[in-house]
Ligand binder design. Structure first.
Ligand SMILES: [Zn+2]
Length: 687
């Protein structure tokens, strides 16, 4: 038991395992029920989120049933509640009790927006009025924890971060709760829920758009001329040739004519190392190289972080701050399994490149790097992620790779040809990627070119090749993550991508989860690495006319506002009221949106649509010989539209009819195998 009068500080971490690590370092060695105690500290923990925003029915009974008339639902003030789960309640009560008895609270949540939100909600709900400190660290090594406790921050320094986290949650609630009910009530078939999310839906729209481009793609043939001169392949500079006649004509023209070299240029250049990893680029790399999903990579990296092997992973910068530079040599020297690559670097001045160290590009956290602790007991897949992070880290201290680029231009009669090649002169940082898992040898290297002389001529071997235009590529998780990062714009330049990041959709740490959610809801499916939009997903996007819900660009602008709230340059209330206005407009629009009934497909030919005629519903393909009809009247009873739909989908009418005179018995109408209407007995199938 602690002494009365002793000053007690309460630390709250995000997970039991992290609490244990912290407790060990600061000397809280006694295990209690739900916390550690010792040395003037209590160290307790959450299990991720213990609190959540209240649900609609917590505000008013009126919002319990789903009803178009009660939309939009906008609480006058948003509230939080403890999650309805016995374990969570129990842990919350322990924390609440400790909060009331302690003298100071130290927020030890993960050092990011979500981590801040988790802790602040718990502290708000526990009515904390004690001074608040913040442990802000980038790795969980003993050294980092000690240093963090020496430099505890004022808890209020992170108020903007908390405001941004809370605004994000409230924004997701306002849009998600209202739009999901709105679209479900307006458009869904019975029992179906059309789930709409602030980030989820524009992401789905990107995938659906690509899918439709692929579905509607019509491949066309084209022709190309290539020729081999001195074992080197040259491409004709005319490019695509539209018809085979034109191709043959060109081929005839250059056959038996000499090839002449017009120019030969060799230029040396430098290729700098790839940048360090932020979470997205690590997920992209691991998806490309090892086929890991974004979620798998995030979970494994989080695991490596909790095992103290790598630094905090939920980051969106690829830079290190200057204060890391003096520590680099020490980290490199500790990477025992990478001696082959670190030895040439040690004992010399470590390279300090602007592409690695930039204080302006680092705010709360730096890029993901190894801590220097030697891994043990990690899975083979974790090992792959660790290896990717560590090699990348080592490679940035190596010199640039020196290459020689060669371009040769030639002609045959007046037709131009061109060949380009590249040769690695000094590998530089590429040394670190020898024997790298998943990399094919010499994959990026092109064959060596012979020396050419301007003016030389000789015999060559031209060929006409028939090709097909290719459909756009399916998204993979790697390319989808990139598309989310740049709000759907194609950006290949690394530095331009940095600028675009401000307006990307979703946060780096939540993108994996969004892809998984779409998958679970069956809006997308994964076919090996491909991401395919399902019919349900395509249908949902087709119903949404409002750009707010599906435009990646608009969503990116909302993300920008959330980032500005985090920086303290945008008002929470402005963000909220803008969003509320948009949702109100959306509700109005959709409520009055004309619902096009889905076509009823002919059960016989499966391609025609049933249309209402004078005396029957009939197949629209009657001209193409489908004579399927359902008459309006059967044995003296008028069939309803409900009966027709039910007959088409279940071969059985919706209502029963009293066909037998002088009897109370009623019978269904059925559709038999010859597509004729029959009376059905309750228990018997149609004959
Ligand atoms: Zn038909």
């Amino acid at each position: 038991m602690y002494d009365l009068g002793e000053i007690m500080k309460l630390c709250i971490a995000e997970k039991p395992s992290v609490a244990k690590d912290i407790a060990e370092v600061i000397g809280a060695k006694t295990k209690k029920n739900g916390y550690w105690e010792g040395n003037g500290y209590w160290v307790s923990w959450t299990f991720g989120h213990l609190c959540t925003l209240k649900e609609p029915h917590d505000y008013t009974e009126k919002w319990k049933p789903w009803n178009l008339d009660t939309l939009p639902m906008i609480p006058s003030k948003f509230g939080i509640k403890v999650m309805d789960n016995a374990g969570v309640m129990n842990q919350f009560n322990i924390i609440q009790d400790l909060v009331s008895k302690c003298d100071e609270v130290i927020n030890c949540g993960d050092a990011g927006q979500e981590g801040e939100l988790i802790q602040r909600w718990v502290l708000t709900k526990a009515k904390n009025d004690k001074p608040l400190k913040r442990l802000w660290i980038s790795s969980l090594t003993e050294e980092a924890i000690k240093e963090g406790f020496k430099n505890l921050q004022d808890g209020n320094k992170y108020n903007n971060l908390y405001a941004a986290g809370a605004s994000r949650a409230i924004g997701d609630w306002i849009l998600g709760m209202n739009a999901t009910r709105l679209f479900t009530l307006k458009f869904a078939s019975k029992g179906q829920v059309l789930s709409i999310g602030r980030v989820q839906t524009p992401t789905l729209a990107l995938i659906v758009e690509r899918q439709l481009e692929i579905n509607n793609f019509k491949s066309e043939n084209f022709w190309e001329i290539k020729t081999i001169y001195r074992d080197t392949e040259f491409a004709c500079t005319l490019g695509k040739i539209e018809t085979s006649e034109k191709g043959s004509e060109l081929l005839t023209k250059i056959t038996d004519e000499p090839f002449e070299v017009l120019s030969y240029e060799q230029k040396e250049g430098n290729e700098s190392h790839p940048q360090l990893f932020d979470l997205t680029s690590l997920q992209v790399e691991c998806n490309k190289r090892f086929g890991f999903s974004a979620e798998e990579t995030l979970n494994m990296t989080q695991g490596l972080y909790e095992k103290k092997l790598v630094t905090y992973p939920r980051v969106d910068t690829t830079y290190l701050s200057d204060d890391i530079y003096p520590k680099v040599e020490d980290i490199l020297s500790k990477l025992a399994h990478y001696k082959t690559y670190t030895t040439p670097l040690l004992g010399k001045k470590i390279r300090k490149s602007k592409r690695v160290f930039d204080d302006k590009k680092v705010t709360d956290h730096h890029a993901i790097i190894p801590t220097g602790i030697t891994p043990s007991g990690i899975t083979p897949n974790e090992q792959k992620v660790y290896d990717a992070i560590t090699r990348r880290f080592i490679s940035v201290f190596y010199p640039d790779c020196k290459v020689s680029n060669t371009v040769v231009e030639g002609q045959v009669t007046d037709i131009g040809f061109r060949a380009a090649g590249r040769q690695i002169l000094e590998p530089g940082w590429r040394i670190v990627y020898e024997n790298y898992a998943g990399s094919k040898k010499n994959q990026e290297e092109e064959p060596l070119m012979p020396l050419f002389e301007v003016g030389e001529t000789g015999e060559h071997f031209p060929e006409l090749m028939e090709k097909k235009t290719k459909p756009p590529r399916y998204f993979t998780e790697a390319s989808l993550l990139r598309a989310m990062e740049t709000a759907g714009k194609q950006v290949d330049d690394e530095s331009l991508r940095d600028i675009m990041k401000e307006n990307g959709i979703g946060r780096p740490s939540t993108r994996a989860n969004i892809i998984e959610t779409l998958n679970k809801r069956n809006y997308i499916s994964k076919d090996k690495k491909r991401i395919v939009a399902t019919a349900t997903g395509i249908h949902l996007i087709s119903l949404i006319q409002n750009e707010l819900l599906k435009s990646a660009e608009l969503t990116g602008q909302w993300e920008k506002k959330l980032r500005d709230i985090e920086k303290g340059t945008y008002e929470v209330e402005a963000f909220k009221s803008e969003l509320i206005d948009m949702v109100a407009v959306l509700c109005h629009e959709v409520k009055h949106q004309f619902v096009v009934p889905p076509p009823i497909i002919c059960p016989k030919c499966n391609t025609g649509e049933l249309l209402k005629g004078k005396s029957a519903w009939g197949c629209s393909k009657w001209k193409e010989n489908c004579k399927f009809t359902i008459p309006f009247e059967f044995e003296g009873f008028i069939l309803s539209e409900m009966d027709m739909k039910s007959l088409v989908s279940n071969q059985k009418s919706h209502y029963k009819y009293p066909f037998k005179k002088n009897s109370d018995e009623k019978q269904f109408v059925g559709l038999n195998k010859s597509w004729k209407l029959v009376k059905l007995k309750e228990t018997k199938e149609a004959t």
